[in-house]
Design a protein around this ligand. Structure first.
Ligand code: UT7
Length: 335
C-alpha cells in the first residue's frame, strides 16, 4: 500500500461575537457581597458581556463563524465539518453544531459538539487538525461559544463574578506543504479533579427535577482555591513541556494566548516561560472567563490589534474542569 502523505493544517480565519450588554464589577457590587477592587486584584476582571435571557450559544457562535469564514475567504458551503466546544449548548440535544450549520448555511458540513470545558477549544482544534492532516476534511470550522450566564448562581459571589458570554471561531484548512501551521499538541485529562468544578444536574445522574432546581444543582460549582492550585502549575508546565519537546523556549514565542480564567494563573505561565508583557494576550479584563470561547476570542482580538503576523509562533494553553488541560503550538498562517 502506498504511504499516505500527511497534509499540513493551519488556521486561516478567526472571528468572534459577543453580547452588547456589559456587566461591570460595580454592577456586581449591587448584586452580591463583593467589590471592584477584590475582583480586579484576585482575578484581573473589570467587566464581562452578558447575553439576553433566552439567547442560545448558537447565536453568537454563528456570528463568530461567519466572521471567521470571511477572514479565511471561504463560503459556508465549502465547510466540511463544524466542531463546537461548549459547556452551554442551546439544548442537551441536538448539538449546537447542527444549529450553527443551519444558521450559516453550511449545507455540505457535518459536525458535533465537544465538551472539554475550558480546554474544549484546544481539544476541538486538535481534532480539526487531525481531520485536515489526514485528508478526511478539507475545511473545518471550530466554534467555541458559551452563555455562561445561563448556568451561574447570581447569589454566589464565588462564581458569578468570574464568567462571561461570547463566542470565537477559527477556520482550519490545508495549507501549502512547505509551510508550518498547527504543529504540536500536548493535551491531558485527569478525572480525579472532577469534584472541584462541575454542574451536577441536567445530565443522566441527576435529571432536572423540582428538587435539583431547589438545591441549585443546575449552576456552576467551583472549589476555587483547589482549582487554582492545579491550574497555576498545570498550565505553566504543559506549555513549557510542549515547547521543550520541540526544542523551543519562551524567547521563540511571539504570543502566548492562554485561556482567560484568572490573571494570576496567566502570570504564573508568563513567569515560568520568562515572557514579556508584549508576549502575552490578555482579554480577561473585558470578557471575564468565557470557557471554551476564551482562546479564539483572544486570537481575534490579537488579529485586530495587529499582534500576529504570518510565521509567528503562537502558544495556546488552557486549564479547566475535568480536569482538562493542554497546549498547542501554531505557526500563524492567517492574514
Ligand atoms: O476556567 C476554569 C478553571 N477555573 C479556574 O482556573 C479558577 C481558579 N480559581 C481562581 O481563579 C480563584 O480561586 C478565585 C478567583 C475563584 C478565588 O480567588 P482566591 O484568591 O482563591 O480566593 P478564595 O476563594 O481563597 O477567597 C479569599 C477570600 C475569602 O474570604 P476569607 O475566607 O479569606 O475571609 C472569600 O470569602 O475572599 C473572599 N471572597 C470574595 N470577596 C469579595 C471570595 N469571593 C469573593 C468575592 N468578593 N467575589
Amino acid at each position: 500500500m502506498a504511504a499516505r502523505t500527511l497534509l499540513t493544517a493551519g488556521i486561516t480565519g478567526v472571528g468572534m461575537s459577543y453580547p452588547d450588554r456589559i456587566l461591570t464589577n460595580h454592577d456586581l457590587e449591587k448584586m452580591v457581597e463583593t467589590n471592584h477592587q477584590w475582583i480586579v486584584e484576585r482575578t484581573g476582571i473589570n467587566e464581562r458581556r452578558i447575553a439576553e435571557k433566552g439567547t442560545g450559544a448558537s447565536v453568537h457562535g454563528a456570528k463568530a463563524a461567519i466572521q471567521a469564514l470571511e477572514h479565511a475567504g471561504i463560503r459556508p458551503d465549502q465547510v466540511d465539518q463544524i466542531i463546537v466546544p461548549t459547556v452551554t449548548p442551546d439544548m442537551v440535544f441536538p448539538a449546537t453544531a447542527c444549529l450553527i450549520q443551519d444558521m450559516i448555511g453550511a449545507q455540505n458540513a457535518w459536525g458535533y459538539d465537544l465538551e472539554g470545558a475550558c480546554s474544549g477549544f484546544l481539544f476541538a482544534l486538535q481534532n480539526a487538525r487531525a481531520q485536515v492532516e489526514s485528508g478526511a476534511a478539507r475545511r473545518v470550522l471550530v466554534v467555541g461559544t458559551e452563555v455562561m450566564s445561563a448556568i451561574l448562581n447570581w447569589e454566589d459571589r464565588n462564581t458569578c463574578i468570574l464568567f462571561g458570554d461570547g463566542a470565537g471561531a477559527v477556520v482550519v484548512e490545508a495549507i501549502e506543504a512547505e509551510k508550518v501551521g498547527i504543529f504540536d499538541a500536548l493535551l491531558h485529562v485527569d478525572g480525579s479533579g472532577a469534584k472541584y468544578l462541575y454542574q451536577t444536574a441536567g445530565g443522566s445522574r441527576v435529571p432536572a427535577s423540582a428538587e435539583s432546581v431547589a438545591a441549585k444543582q443546575h449552576f456552576v460549582h467551583q472549589e476555587g482555591r483547589e482549582v487554582f492550585k492545579f491550574a497555576v502549575k498545570g498550565m505553566a508546565k504543559v506549555t513549557q513541556d510542549v515547547l521543550e519537546r520541540n526544542g523551543l523556549n519562551g524567547k521563540d514565542v511571539k504570543l502566548l494566548v492562554p485561556h482567560q480564567a484568572n490573571i494570576r494563573i496567566i502570570e504564573a505561565t508568563q513567569r515560568r516561560l520568562d515572557l514579556s508583557d508584549d508576549q502575552v494576550m490578555i482579554t480577561i479584563d473585558r470578557f471575564g472567563n468565557t470557557t471554551a470561547a476564551s482562546i479564539p476570542m483572544a486570537l481575534r482580538v490579537a488579529c485586530d490589534e495587529g499582534r500576529l503576523q504570518q510565521g509567528d509562533l503562537v502558544a495556546l494553553s488552557a486549564f479547566g474542569a475535568g480536569f482538562t488541560w493542554g497546549s498547542i503550538l501554531v505557526r500563524w498562517t492567517a492574514s
